[in-house]
Write a protein that binds this ligand. Structure first.
Ligand SMILES: CC(C)(COP(=O)(O)OP(=O)(O)OC[C@H]1O[C@@H](n2cnc3c(N)ncnc32)[C@H](O)[C@@H]1OP(=O)(O)O)[C@@H](O)C(=O)NCCC(=O)NCCS
Length: 184
């Protein structure tokens, strides 16, 4: 596969999705150090600039190895970084990957995930040749569930007591969307 496939710049009406750069570290830290944003994440909130720098480095390495796409979500109007979205756990043979996304709190409720998510999904289906995109979320994460349903994902099941983080046990709700799914 061409290595540029894992370094895309994807344009939508209001957003540009493209790989993160070291200059994004401060904005990224502001977003992912917010406990509200990280509430349902399975990793702790970030606390230092190094957390953001490490994430950017690891993302670049994953993309270089063609194992994941990790893209910043930038507003076209101002150039601000609003969040990130990713396709990860990429299984080339099974033509499947997992989707994840997160926006800074001030960017919620503006339809940015509907817009960025659909563009990322189409890229996954058409350019990466995926057949299936899946998502695993905490069933209490209602805004994420709603965003996934708006993106045409079906809730396929519940994995009970799948996580234990800091002594707190939680289930996972599994969602999937197939390239062959017809959206209503
Ligand atoms: C999950 C998350 C990204 C969803 O963000 P969001 O802003 O609710 O989702 P969207 O960008 O799709 O916005 C949808 C809302 O914006 C509103 N909206 C405003 N302007 C809009 C526009 N121009 N187009 C579409 N929707 C618009 C819609 O009405 C919709 O609200 P409604 O569904 O209540 O009617 C966000 O809550 C988040 O970052 N959470 C923390 C991280 C996380 O938990 N990620 C999930 C793990 S994968």
């Amino acid at each position: 596969m061409s290595k540029d496939l894992f370094l895309p710049v994807i344009e939508t009406e209001r957003l540009t999705l493209k790989p993160l750069v070291l200059n994004d570290s401060q904005s990224l830290l502001e977003i992912f150090s917010d406990p509200e944003v990280m509430r349902y994440w399975n990793t702790p909130s970030w606390s230092t600039l190094q957390d953001a720098l490490d994430f950017i480095d690891e993302s670049a390495a994953l993309m270089h190895r063609q194992e994941a796409l990790v893209l910043g979500i930038y507003l076209k109007s101002t150039g601000e970084l609003a969040g990130k979205c990713m396709l990860f756990s990429y299984d080339r043979e099974s033509k499947r990957a997992e989707i994840g996304f997160g926006l800074g709190r001030v960017y919620w409720g503006k339809g940015y995930i509907s817009e960025a998510g659909e563009a990322l999904i189409q890229y996954g289906f058409t350019s990466l040749g995926l057949r299936r995109i899946e998502a695993e979320i905490d069933p209490n994460n209602h805004s994420s569930a709603k965003a996934l349903e708006k993106l045409g994902f079906l809730r396929e099941g519940l994995l009970r007591e799948r996580w234990e983080i800091n002594g707190i046990v939680s289930d996972s709700a599994m969602y999937g969307r197939l390239v062959s799914d017809h959206r209503t």
